[in-house]
Design a protein around this ligand. Sequence first.
Ligand SMILES: N[C@@H](CCC(=O)N[C@@H](CS)C(=O)NCC(=O)O)C(=O)O
Length: 267
Amino acid sequence: MQLYHHPYSIDSQRVRLALEEKGIDYTSFHLNPVTGKNMNASFFRMNPSATLPVFQNGDHKIFKTIEIIQYVERIASVSSGIENVTFSGREVTEWMQRIQEWNPKFFTLAHIPDKYFRSASKFLRRVLMARMEESPDLAGAYHSKLQDVYDTEDKLKNSSVVIQDKEHLIRLLDEVEQQLNETPYLAGEEFTMADVMLIPVLARLVLLNLEDEYIGSRPNTAKYWIMVQQRPSYKKVIGNHFSGWRKYRTLMKTWCAIHIRSILRRF
Ligand SMILES: N[C@@H](CCC(=O)N[C@@H](CS)C(=O)NCC(=O)O)C(=O)O
């Protein structure tokens, strides 16, 4: 089984948390979306939307996060003997879908200093142009990806998009806070795949230095956040890349790659 993913991607983090929680081994392929590695022709041919994660088992490829997580649950049940494995019930699935409805893209970009966003976006356009030249047969798909980059730049200038995303996030976090007042985990007494969907959202808020505003101000969520960070799956998937000083190492690596490749004009 192969997983194409990257530590920056919230959806990749969700799938990796699920794989770790269920103890499933897989071969890992890192594709950094900020440096445009997901635009490489070999990956792009398999997945012309270039989104991460992609899970592959033999010829079977899955492109949607929730579908991958549900597939991982089925694999775990087969490999451990059916009796003691619980599948996500209706409540868990509803939470998973509700959390997935919030798209972190514009909220995240709106909290990145403008000069970094502009350099990264320009770099990505150049990468796309270079890939288009190398693989003219994929020009149509690369062109629509290029259009996405321009649309993102335009939408970010439109404050109502960012405000709507922020309001959506606040509604979601308020529902989470209310639920965590009644149960220790999102869908009850046990850790479930609903928590796997939520943890990367909280980690993103911390990465953006918004912990006090969005987590600290919600006491049940703050308690829950401390608790879930103790899980080995969290440490492996998120903590190792973003806890404390590690976040600077992770972000600097990407920033240097963009900077050096821009100077050398190696897209
Ligand atoms: N359909 C996918 C969407 C995944 C997605 O949007 N992934 C983001 C990262 S979290 C991505 O790959 N962005 C890079 C890009 O769109 O080029 C799913 O449901 O999992």
